[in-house]
Design a protein around this ligand. Structure first.
Ligand code: DP6
Length: 336
């Protein structure tokens, strides 16, 4: 039995980690096992879409038990969480089994980055429960090994993930704190169901797209542009870059082999509505990760107008309002 060791206490910690929306997106890996990305990416943590996870280790447990409170994990997902626990145990020198209880504030698997917040929360709670203090950089690296985009859910606010080329050189860091810019991400849920192809599968096909080369050349320039826009808080330029980037990634997704079509009719209706609203003077831009749900990005002053405009669009199931958020936090620890 793995639990029979010198440790006879139960150790428990709860962490909360935000989902993040990628403005410059991670699509494609140079190393699948280490989850090293083909390009740098940049994101904002989301205040209204997050995962809360409690990890408890005890010598009395005889196996790992993983529970998702609002939903269910597949066998494959459970195996992925157990691998995450194994990495924590290995680094901490522990052989204790764990109970993991987790909850999301948003639908899992519909392109709203539940694996990002999930692995960030698991990593932070797991190490904290075992009494191991890691640097923020190390936490981003361990989170990345669970799900690439999870590394961006650890640091505060506006976060860059430098691709690196080794396990230790691929990590995320904060460029600006969450208080830096009063942006909104109005996440419009048009479909709560699980996507049919996981992002992990999808990443594999990226280089089969005839448009991948163009994308890989365009990304560094886009990053330069977005960094200047961010520094100057030039929202128009910021919005133009994120929309161009979103369309470029989806273009690659739709032309890879086999193609990945994440949008549905409501997704397209919202994208077209955003373009029409802009023509009428409403400053709002869209971005979409690997799913049909649309993130509407605007400045705080325009939130009310965007929400009002959305009322006229059919197919909206739910709206999750987000401001820029801090990264993953420990909420509580218990030793008994
Ligand atoms: C489109 O981080 O979910 O949301 O590393 O295989 O778990 P894995 O992939 P994942 O990919 C996210 C893809 C994306 C873009 C992004 O978040 O940057």
């Amino acid at each position: 039995m793995r639990g029979a060791g010198s440790e006879d206490r139960s150790m428990k910690a709860t962490a909360q980690a935000p989902a993040n929306i990628a403005f410059i997106k991670y699509w494609g890996k140079s190393d699948e096992v280490l989850r090293l990305p083909l390009n740098d990416s940049f994101s904002m943590n989301l205040s209204g879409a997050y995962t809360t996870t409690t990890v408890e280790f005890s010598a009395s447990f005889v196996k790992d038990e993983i529970t998702l409170l609002n939903g269910a994990f597949s066998e494959k997902e459970i195996a992925r969480v157990v691998k995450g626990l194994d990495r924590v145990r290995e680094r901490a020198g522990s052989k204790l089994f764990a109970r993991v209880v987790t909850k999301n504030t948003f639908p899992k698997g519909a392109g709203s980055a539940a694996s990002a917040s999930g692995f960030a929360a698991l990593t932070v709670a797991g190490f904290s429960a075992l009494g191991i203090r890691l640097s923020e950089k190390e936490l981003t690296i361990f989170s990345r090994l669970g799900s690439g985009s999870a590394c961006r859910s650890i640091p505060d606010g506006f976060v860059m993930w430098g691709k690196g080329n080794l396990n230790d050189t691929s990590y995320a860091y904060s460029l600006y704190p969450s208080t830096y810019w009063d942006l909104r991400d109005i996440l419009v849920i048009v479909d709560r169901s699980m996507k049919k192809v996981s992002t992990t599968e999808g990443h594999k096909g990226v280089q089969s797209s005839p448009f991948w080369n163009n994308r890989s050349k365009a990304i560094p320039q886009r990053i330069d542009r977005i960094l200047i826009a961010l520094k100057e808080k030039n929202f128009r330029e910021f919005g133009e870059v994120i929309e161009e980037e979103c369309l470029d990634m989806h273009h690659v997704m739709q032309t890879q082999v086999p193609p990945l079509m994440y949008w549905n009719d409501a997704t397209k209706r919202i994208m077209n509505a955003v373009i029409a609203w802009r023509k009428k003077g409403l400053s709002v831009y869209f971005t979409i990760d690997a799913g049909p749900n649309v993130h509407l990005i605007c400045e705080g002053q325009d939130e009310g107008r965007v929400r009002d405009a959305l009322k006229g669009v059919s197919g909206v199931e739910e709206i999750i309002l987000n401001k820029p958020s801090k990264g993953a936090q420990i909420i509580s620890t218990h030793l008994f």
